[in-house]
Every structure is written in C-alpha cells, then in structure tokens.
Design a binder for this molecule. Structure first.
Ligand code: MIG
Length: 666
C-alpha cells in the first residue's frame, strides 16, 4: 500500500512512526525531477479528478484548481486567496481516473499547484531537493478514500485523545484581564444555566507576558481561584506563547541561555525577536533536550491546578527583529526627501509593514540537531558531539510541532490524566501530541463554511481534535451569525467561542434571548457521549471523525462533490446554514435519513427523508441534523458540565430498532 521514495538526503522530520524501506526505480504516479534547486514532482490531472487534503488551508474540500504554499504563517487575514496558514500538512489524495495518496515529508517550504497554472497538471515543488515522498496505492476498488486515509495514519501514528471534559463548551476571549473578569464569565454562565466546562486565559493573565507566570496583582491566590472553578466543573486553560521574554532575573530566560537551549544566530549569539513580551528569545525545540526542558516548565501551571493549555505564536510569529528594523529604517529614510506620489506612498507603507513576520528573519537563526538527522540540511561541520546547525528557514514548519510535542512528552511523565493541549502551528506528526484550532478567522458568514472545510481536511491529516473560533475572532459578530456558527460548531470536538481584543463582546449572554444559545449548548452536552465515543473509535482505529461525504459514498457522483456538509462519526450528517437571513438550505442526502430538529432544549421533530435533494427549513434558533439510514444516536440529559453527564440514561433519535455501540475510555 505505502511506497517510500527518498531523494537526496532529507531532514528527518519525525513525522512518520512506521519504518519503511525506500523503494528504488520508477514512481507509481507522476515523475520527479530537480528544478530551481528543489524537487519538482508532477502528474497529469484528468477530467473529474478531485484533490482532497492539505489539512489547514483555505478554500474547499476539493482543492483542485488552486495553489497553496506550505509555510507556517501567522496570518490574521484569512481570505480565499491566502496560500499559507499556521500549519503545514503536505498530504493529498487524488481521487478519480487514478486514485492515490501522496505525503511530501519535507520540513521547509513546499508549493502545491493543484491545477492552478495548468488545469491538467498537478505539481509539487520543495525548496531543496532532499525529501521523502510516500505514495499510497489503494488495494481495493471501492472504499479507496478511507483505505488511503487509514494507511496514512498507520504511517504517521495514532491521533491525540483529549480528556473528556474537553468536549464541553469553552468560553474564551482575548481581553479577560483579571480573576474578576473570569469570575463574571463563570458566574453568568452558571446563573443562566448555560453549560460550561472551561474558560481560556489569553496573554493578559501573565506577568509582563512572561510564559509560566501568573500576574499576582490580577490573580491573587490563583491556586485557590482555579480550585474554586474546578469544584464547580470549570477548568482554566491558559495560553503559552513560543517567545520567552528577555529579562534579567526571568528564570526561564536565564536558564535557557545558561543551558544553550536557545535558537542562535549564525555567529553563535542568542537570536532575539520581538513578540508580545517585547524582546524575546526562542527555545530550540528541534533539540530534544531543549524541547524536554521547555515541556517541563508547564509544571509550574500544573501545580496551580491547571489541566489544559493552548500553544500560540509558534510558527513562530516574529513581530520584528532588530536587524530587520535597521534595514527598514534605512529604507524609510529615503522617503523623507522623496515626494510621496502614489507609487511612493505604497512603497512607503509596504516597507513599514515588512517589519511584521518577515520571512527573511527566518534565515537569521539556527537549530542544533544531530548530523544524522540533518541530512543535507547541515549548515556547519559536525561538532565533537556530532551535532550540526541547520537554518530555521529550511525546517521552519517543524517549530510549533515540536513545541507541542515537548509539552505532551512531559505530560506523559506526570501522574494523573493527560491535560488538554492544542496548538496554533503544526506539521504532520503533531496530531499525536495535541489538537489544533484554526486561528484568527473573522466574523464572516463564509467562515462557518471555511471551518467545516478545514475540520474535514484536518481530520484527514490526523488532527481529530479541532475547531474554529466560534462567532469569529476578528471583527464584530452578530447574534444571527453566532447562532448559526454555534449550530454547526457544536458538532466539532473543540467547541470554543473566542474573539479578539477590541471586538464586540460575544459571550452568549451578551445577546437577546440567551436561551436560544443555551438550547444549542445543551444539544452539545446531550451529544457528548456520542461525540466522545465516535472520537475514540476514530482515534483508536485510525479512522476519520469528521469527513466529507465522498469518503462514505465514493460511488455516488453527487455525494463526492458536496462541499458544505459533513459526516460526524458513523451516524450523523450535518449541513450548516452559513448565509445571512437564509431560512434554510438545500441538502443532498446520499441515502434516506432522519432529519432531527432540536429546539428549546429538546427534540422538536423527527422526520424521515428520502435519498436525494431537499430544501430544509432551519429556523434561526433551531439546530437541524441528520441521522443516517438504519442508525440511531444516543442523547444524554442536559448537564452543567461534562463530569455531570449521566452516560447510563440515554434516549435515542433516528431508527430506534438500530444498534448503537457506545465506547468509553477504560
Ligand atoms: O498576535 O494572544 O491566534 O487566538 O487571542 C495575536 C492573543 C496573538 C493570536 C491567537 C489568538 C489570541 C491572540 N494571539
């Protein structure tokens, strides 16, 4: 099924867990040659071919026709033409005349031209000519999509499983500044009876944005505070940023430098860049000792009762480097004497903007790895311990992955349940250590659809624990948008309402008739046994929790091209409304299904619908979902938090005569 081909001397990304001997001879699909200093693999595309995959990228479920650039990027403007986001997941499935999967295991920039330059050609280009290509050749005539997806996971390892409470609702916002702010969120949710399991703490909880610190002025007696919340079933989930503040006396800053665990400039001095804490330094997560050391720092927060974390800014985002600032200031200087005509004006603003997340800054720093691992990427001769430096730019996409891995590997050494962990940046392999959220989206109607498309593509890349910022991160949300978004997101494992500093407050209680939101969150809690059970089945069996209809209805031409519906576990299909003021939507049913309407906190209607096309009305305060043919879905009674859900008293929707296998961890 899997064939590996090695070109040059690749860097060992540690994405793969299965030892496979490299094949010699010709590739099963397409041809590879050297081009522009890198490897260029091309293959013909035929009419009707589809391309699934690429994990966290923009655009549809079928990605054919556009071009993407795998290069992890802090991207606050996600638009349809955006080619790079926070993660790089270089796995695609070409489905059609010839069906196969391809994983391009390469740690730096990879360009995917999926019929963009030439509609009948697929082209993948790596920055350097050292890469491993894995081809997945299905053995069966039907079910090839699922077969390839499973083989990919067998190659890259089991998906992360979060604690059960992480299937509850999380309220978040960049802007909660103190214990009082958080207490208000907690108390208001409880007062209104809207279920809640966690509250995220964004960067403001830290003392001067210093990782693993809690500002004692804003959070006096934090340990007691977190214990009080937990007693009521609410966990606090702090953010951890990649950049560590440069400050004398800041323990982890000093320790990092003393142990030589910092990323270095070529000359061997410490690499510095500006992020939230101001001048900052960056741990060399590619060095296993540095990674383990950083992971061990999470203990400071575990000791305060924390059981969940989100890793941010780990592409890594760099707001500025002093070196680049110098260049930019010098360039700006000449504008002082130059008339700012239209061209000049835009050059001027463009130059100023090039301070932020400038990709050239990634050329400035280095990681220390074993010469063996580095392959052709070594930028120096081996030292006495057989280590070499590699330039960050060449291995850029592995940084966030290894930050998260460091934490996860540390958690495994600790007693008790594994904490919740998800990350903004990732690469294939990171799915073994944590989940991901899809970053800084907008309060756009189209971002509900984007979220669905990202979730199914991320599942294919192994990331089962995913979700988007409900209501939208950037921009001001509206009540109707938030309702529609929630009605979809309650089916995604990570169920979190999050928004940016300065935007309209979007906790559910900020809007008229919070009961409408309450009803939806209650449905989520009713579904937790089902969602968790289906999640476990997918994680343990290397399957897909959320997926496009094509994966279960490969032979159905209509189903194959549905881009705005998804299957959730083995029993449910969802079809969200993502258009403003729509009274419902067209839904394609690839088989007869039971339509379930949830309203006012209970099942309001169930109706059998035939296979085919339907216009389904979906009132704004209702959730409509579909139970598949000859299947049923368990619903629990509403509970304020996941720990209080009674898994033994379940009712069912769908075909009551069907069987349902409920799976629980241990
Ligand atoms: O530069 O911590 O994606 O969720 O609220 C912005 C502040 C940094 C980006 C994250 C977002 C978070 C925000 N962070």
């Amino acid at each position: 099924m899997v064939q590996k081909f090695t070109f040059g001397k690749p860097f060992d990304t540690e994405a793969v867990v299965q030892e496979i001997k490299a094949s010699k001879g010709s590739l099963p699909f397409g041809i590879a040659r050297k081009k522009d200093g890198g490897l260029c693999w091309t293959c013909p595309l035929f009419d009707g071919d589809k391309i699934f995959g690429l994990g966290e990228t923009m655009r549809g479920i079928d990605k054919r026709g556009y071009a993407f650039d795998s290069f992890n990027t802090d991207q606050p403007n996600q638009t349809e033409t955006t080619q790079s986001l926070y993660g790089s997941h270089n796995f695609i499935i070409v489905f059609g005349k010839k069906t196969f999967g391809l994983f391009v295991d390469y740690p730096g920039r990879v360009k995917f031209d999926l019929g963009f330059s030439n509609s009948s050609e697929l082209c993948v280009q790596t920055a350097r000519a050292d890469a491993d290509l894995y081809f997945f050749v299905p053995q069966k005539k039907s079910g090839s999509l699922k077969e390839i997806a499973r083989a990919f996971r067998e190659l890259t390892g089991k998906s992360y499983v979060p604690p059960k409470w992480a299937f509850g609702f999380c309220q978040s916002r960049w802007g909660y500044k103190s214990a009082a702010d958080i207490e208000k969120v907690w108390k208001t949710y409880r007062k209104l009876g809207i279920p809640l399991d966690s509250i995220c703490m964004d960067i403001d909880y830290m003392k001067d944005y210093k990782d693993f610190t809690v500002d004692a002025k804003k959070f006096p007696d934090f340990k007691n505070f977190s214990a009080r919340l937990k007693k009521d079933g609410v966990r606090l989930v702090p953010i951890i940023d990649a950049g560590v503040k440069k400050q004398k006396g800041h323990k982890i800053y000093e320790e990092m430098l003393a142990k030589n665990f910092d990323c270095k400039n070529k000359s061997g001095t410490t690499f510095e860049a500006g992020v939230w804490p101001g001048d900052s330094v960056f741990a060399d997560f590619l060095n296993p000792d540095a990674r383990a050391w950083f992971g061990a720092q999470y203990k400071a927060l575990l000791d305060l009762g924390i059981e969940g974390f989100w890793n941010d800014m780990n592409e890594p985002a760099l707001f500025y480097t002093k070196e680049n600032l110098k260049t930019v200031f010098a360039r700006l200087e000449k504008f002082k004497t130059r008339p700012l005509d239209v061209t000049g004006l835009f050059e001027f603003t463009g130059t100023a903007n090039s301070v932020l997340n400038n990709a050239d800054d990634y050329k400035r720093f280095f990681h220390k790895v074993s010469a063996k691992r580095a392959g052709a990427f070594a930028a120096t001769k081996p030292d006495k311990d057989k280590n070499v430096l590699v330039c960050h730019k060449d291995v850029h996409n592995l940084y966030g992955y290894n930050m998260t891995r460091g934490a996860a590997e540390f958690f495994e050494t600790q007693e008790g349940a594994l904490p919740l962990l998800y990350s903004r940046s990732s690469y294939i392999g990171a799915h073994r250590y944590g989940g991901v959220w899809t970053g800084d989206n907008h309060s756009y109607w189209g971002d509900i659809l984007l979220s669905l498309q990202q979730v199914v593509s991320l599942n294919l890349a192994g990331f089962l624990y995913t979700g988007s910022d409900i209501g939208g991160f950037n921009g001001n949300t509206s009540r109707d948008l938030l309702l529609r978004w929630t009605a979809f997101a309650l089916f995604t494992p990570l169920f979190r309402n999050h928004s940016a500093f300065g935007t309209r407050e979007q906790e559910y209680y900020q809007f008229e008739n919070p009961d409408a939101f309450k009803s939806m969150v209650e449905l989520r809690y009713a579904l937790v046994p089902y969602l968790y059970s289906e999640f476990l089945k997918a994680a343990k069996g290397d399957g897909l929790f959320a997926r496009a209809l094509a994966f279960d209805f490969e032979g159905d031409e209509r189903a194959r091209s549905v881009h705005d519906q998804m299957l959730v576990g083995n029993e449910i299909m969802v079809a969200p409304v993502y258009v403003q003021n729509a009274i419902g939507r067209h839904v394609y049913l690839p088989e007869p299904m039971t339509m379930v309407e949830w309203k006012g906190g209970k099942v309001a209607a169930q109706k059998k619908l035939s296979k085919g096309d339907h216009f389904v009305e979906v009132p704004l305060e209702s959730v409509v979902f579909f139970v598949r043919n000859k299947k049923k879905v368990p619903l629990a009674a509403a509970a304020p938090c996941v720990d209080k859900i009674d898994w033994t008293r379940l009712s069912f929707v769908g075909d009551k005569s069907a069987a349902y296998e409920l799976v629980d961890c241990e």
